[in-house]
Design a binder for this molecule. Structure first.
Ligand SMILES: [Zn+2]
Length: 327
């Protein structure tokens, strides 16, 4: 009689401490080898403060999550962080986190967790690999994951593997050019997808066209704009149509370049639903010519708020597919 199960999968007990850092909030959780997340907690990012505010807030959250979980054994620390960054060194300078300029996040975390490997990638890449591992792109060998939010980001899986690019920045769909005569982009370019479709740009366009929130106490943001669009506000509808149109045009180009099976769309603007997704699909259909381009499916993300931590954990749990940089 066996008192102990000797056939325990050696991977089953592996627990990754997973971290997702953005300009609005940061999340920390524990993720097992099967992608199950637990003890996920969040805190607002003090992204507009200088100095050590971000690092201190992150450490408080790490302490809290590890305490709440009873300080379990951790076999890896996975991180998704807003870019740009120098990869795989993990030296980050996120556009929307002013206190971090060439901040050596990966090295700092290695010092915080001695002897435990730390792996870090772009937050949009973590979203893409999470959706490929456990979400809407599961089972597909060729997928684009993208986020339409304060910024527009993405990550690419081609031939079943994450495409890193030379410096870890492949999949930056937010900065492909949609309209050469279009608005200036904060990257330094002009007419980028992000400059047209990101939430603040969509709101700014609507304001310029004369939109005012129906409820004057509501903030001038993408959520209010979506609510007004759903009430039939024509400028708000046109603003979302413009944002969705640009994404659809960009997707047709990506599908042609990469022969993709699926594009998974997440991020705050997608909460608006069909007022964004319908013009997106229409623009894609209009611009997708060849049969292999047309075949790409456009689907909403499934993992939502958990995508960041699950993707960060995938840098360990599925490292043959998603981590190419060694330890
Ligand atoms: Zn740009």
């Amino acid at each position: 009689m066996a008192l102990f199960n000797t056939k325990v999968d050696p991977k089953a007990n592996k627990l990754t401490l997973a971290i997702d850092i953005g300009g609005t909030k940061m999340a920390v959780g524990l993720v097992d080898a099967d992608g199950n997340a637990s003890h996920v907690d969040r805190t607002p990012s003090p992204a507009n403060q200088r100095g050590d505010a971000m690092w201190d807030a992150l450490n408080r959250l790490l302490d809290k999550v590890l305490d709440d979980a009873g300080n379990p054994e951790i076999t890896g620390v996975g991180v998704g962080c807003a870019g740009p960054m120098i990869w795989p060194e993990g030296v980050v300078s996120p556009t929307n986190i002013v206190g971090w300029r060439e901040f050596p996040l990966r090295r700092k975390l290695k010092e915080r967790f001695p002897g435990i490997p730390v792996r870090l990638h772009n937050d949009a890449i973590c979203m893409a690999i999470a959706e490929n591992w456990k979400g809407a792109a599961a089972g597909h060998q060729n997928a684009l994951g993208m986020v339409v939010s304060t910024g527009v980001g993405g990550g690419l899986i081609v031939g079943g593997r994450l495409v890193d690019g030379g410096f870890g920045n492949a999949g930056h769909i937010g900065h492909i050019v949609i309209d050469p005569e279009g608005p200036a982009c904060r990257c330094g370019g002009r007419g980028c997808l992000e400059a047209i479709s990101r939430g603040p740009a969509t709101v700014a366009w609507a304001v310029e066209e004369g939109w005012k929130p129906h409820n004057s106490s509501d903030p001038l943001d993408a959520k209010t704009l979506a609510a007004d669009a759903h009430e039939g506000d024509e400028i708000a509808i046109a603003a979302y149509r413009r944002a969705g149109w640009a994404v659809g045009v960009g997707l047709a180009s990506c599908a042609a370049l990469l022969d993709l099976d699926v594009a998974v769309i997440g991020g705050g603007l997608v909460q608006a639903g069909d007022i964004l997704m319908a013009p997106m699909k229409q623009a894609f259909d209009e611009h997708a010519g060849m049969t292999f381009v047309k075949r790409m499916k456009i689907v909403p993300a499934e993992l939502d708020q958990l995508a960041g931590v699950i993707g960060a954990a995938a840098l360990f749990a599925e490292d043959d597919r998603y981590w190419s940089a060694g330890d």
